[in-house]
Design a protein around this ligand. Structure first.
Ligand SMILES: [Zn+2]
Length: 171
């Protein structure tokens, strides 16, 4: 039986220091820091609107997913998509084209095929990666059209009989 961490381990009492994250504007390639809680901002340099929703995907997702936040593909996920994101961790199946302006982590049990462009890639033992991989400090501008948001993910996804795919914003 796996050990469960205590539920309170990551919620110490008292004010927490503001969490910052380094993000990247795909439109003008400007890097800047952002509060971890911020979800939509305009790039301070080129004023392009950027969404930073962190998404946890499970079940089947098709279409286009774009966020400059962290996308987590759960072990039961099966994602066939044009994925553009700030960071990607996968324990599930991905098939498609992914452009990641940060780190990709392929976890044990994950299966990845298609095309993967990222700033860095970690393939853990037990992962299957059958994708065309391009690692570069500058993944380039996002593909157009790319004004897809969280709401459009469900709109793009055929409704399975057992309900909508679970798309859980992570904070
Ligand atoms: Zn910009």
């Amino acid at each position: 039986m796996p050990l469960r961490p205590p539920l309170v381990a990551f919620h110490p009492k008292g004010p927490r220091p503001p969490q910052r994250r380094k993000v990247y504007c795909p439109a003008c390639r400007h890097g800047f820091e952002l509060s971890r809680r911020a979800v939509t901002v305009r790039c301070p340099k080129c004023t392009a609107p950027l969404a930073f929703d962190d998404l946890q995907l499970s079940q089947r997702v098709e279409g286009a997913v774009t966020t400059m936040g962290h996308v987590v593909l759960g072990a039961s996920s099966s994602v066939a998509a044009r994925l553009t994101c700030g960071m990607l961790s996968s324990a599930g199946r991905f098939e498609g084209k992914a452009t990641v302006y940060g780190t990709v982590t392929l976890e044990p049990g994950s299966r990845t095929s298609g095309e993967l462009t990222a700033r860095s890639l970690t393939v853990q033992r037990g992962a299957t990666c059958d994708a065309t991989v391009r690692i570069t400090p500058d993944p380039g501008p996002p593909p157009a059209p790319q004004k897809r948001t969280l709401a459009q993910i469900s709109a793009d996804t055929p409704r399975p009989l057992h309900g909508l795919p679970r798309v859980v914003p992570r904070r």
